[in-house]
Design a protein around this ligand. Structure first.
Ligand code: PLP
Length: 448
């Protein structure tokens, strides 16, 4: 929608994009639990399909109607419009899972022979798709450390043979004569077509420098008008605490299962960016059938109304919890973005990136207990209110053991390099009273 009222997103979350008069005056958008929509006339059906399939542009005064719920439905439309507000994105596409958002995006923008440059360590599902599925399409992946500087990243690209190569105009498809007409048309080209990062990185909270990735993408674009797309999985800080698009990224992705959904009762995903890129993502989504259904969309609309409230409370709680962990003798290190202390693992570079990139620290902490796996398990098994479960971003606090759970299939060498040690515990802080979270942790840590 282009006519955005001049209000804050939290004020618009209850109403933006919804017209009660179209739904019997219902104050909330109902669940449109229907697979298909009735056309008033055959001419109307024809007109809707012409626009939906891109056979012609929509007329200035033309109202697009609904066709079929895999293409579009009211809850999805309104949800997508509202989701754009936090990230100030032109457009959003919502999916039935975070993995659906990620894989649909990869399949739209990567082709055989292309290279995907990505930060490590990524969420396990994303990592699996990159390592086991993309190679079957002849798409190569080059990982780089989350903490890489521009020089380090460019060195990795060169070492892997994915830097700029100069291509003669004739090879570019201009033909010999065309190349001459293009002034000799020697163009520079890198096979890197996407830079994909997850920041903060899971579970160590290392920050990937988004602006640095944009700068590398520009260099790898050479003199081509198209440069590699920079896509950022912003699940950990969510659209309240980090805005990758404002830092120059092209796409921002979410597992909406986490903070956006926020109640551990749905699975969903999202991809946001310019109208041009998201139109491409939505077209691929239509043919893969990965869009969010009416019920998921309705649940997400409800959740977005309290997103800011929840994330602010979770942040306040987490600061108290970190303070407590800092003081506890059984905790030997803490990974929390933008946190400087004797136990913090943040480096000067992390602090500098944090200051440029993040609006707040979020509610994900990893901490290392003295000892190893046995001690970490003892703590996890002793928790009472905090639930022992993977996932994150819900109203309830969750704890897990990355080395044997979320990151179980990460090779040992990589685990130790990125700091996924046997004593590491990951905590997603919820909205409970902070003193109850701390009491639970205190008694669990007391068990070791
Ligand atoms: N990205 C991150 C950072 C995640 O943590 C997850 C899931 O845990 C995903 C993507 C995948 O999302 P989903 O489980 O909604 O498919």
């Amino acid at each position: 929608m282009s006519d955005r009222p001049n209000m804050h997103p939290e004020s618009l979350m209850m109403s933006y994009g919804y017209r009660p008069e179209l739904s019997e005056g219902a104050i909330k958008c109902p669940v449109f639990q229907t697979s298909t929509y009735v056309f008033r006339t055959a001419e109307e059906g024809k007109a809707f399909f012409e626009v939906a399939y891109g056979l012609r542009e929509k007329g200035a005064d033309e109202e697009m109607g609904l066709i079929y719920s895999r293409i579009n439905h009211p809850g999805l439309e309104i949800l997508q419009d509202r989701l754009t507000l936090w990230d100030a994105a032109e457009s959003a596409a919502v999916f039935e899972s975070g993995m659906a958002a990620i894989t649909t995006t990869f399949l739209e923008f990567l082709r055989p022979g292309d290279v995907l440059l990505h930060s490590e360590q990524l969420y396990g599902g994303t990592d699996h798709f990159i390592r086991h599925v993309l190679p079957t399409f002849n798409i190569k992946a080059i990982p780089f450390p989350a903490s890489a500087t521009e020089e380090e990243l460019m060195a990795i690209v060169e070492r892997e043979g994915a830097g700029l190569a100069y291509v003669d105009g004739a090879e570019e498809g201009f033909g010999a004569e065309g190349a001459a007409a293009h002034g000799g048309a020697r163009t520079s080209r890198s096979p890197v077509k996407m830079i994909y990062v997850e920041t903060p990185a899971n579970p160590t909270n290392t920050l990937v420098d988004i602006e640095m990735c944009v700068s590398v993408a520009k260099k790898l674009g050479g003199n081509n008008k198209e440069r590699p797309i920079v896509a950022v999985d912003n699940t950990f800080l969510g659209p309240i605490w980090q805005h990758p698009l404002k830092l120059g990224a092209d796409l921002v992705l979410y597992s909406a299962t986490k903070y956006l959904g926020g109640h551990s009762d749905l699975i969903a995903g999202a991809c946001l960016g310019s109208n041009e890129l998201i139109t491409r993502v939505k077209t691929m989504r239509t043919f893969l059938g990965t869009m969010a259904g009416p019920w998921t969309s309705w649940l997400l609309l409800r959740s977005l109304e309290t997103l800011k409230l929840r994330m602010e409370q979770q942040l306040l709680n987490t600061k108290k919890v970190v303070e407590f962990l800092e003081s506890h003798p059984a905790v030997i290190s803490i990974c929390y973005p933008g946190y400087e202390s004797p136990k913090s693992k943040a480096t000067a570079r992390d602090m500098e990136v944090y200051a440029r990139q993040c609006l707040a620290q979020g509610a994900m902490i990893s901490f290392e207990v003295a000892g190893g796996e046995a001690e970490a398990f003892k703590v996890l098994n002793s928790l009472k209110m905090i639930k022992l479960a993977v996932s994150l971003g819900g109203t309830e606090s969750l704890a897990e053991h990355p080395a044997t759970m979320t990151h179980a299939d990460v090779p040992l060498e990589l685990k130790s390099r990125i700091g996924v040690t046997p004593g590491l515990v990951r905590l997603s802080v919820g909205v409970e009273h902070y003193s109850d979270i701390i009491e639970d942790l205190k008694s669990a840590l007391g068990s070791i």
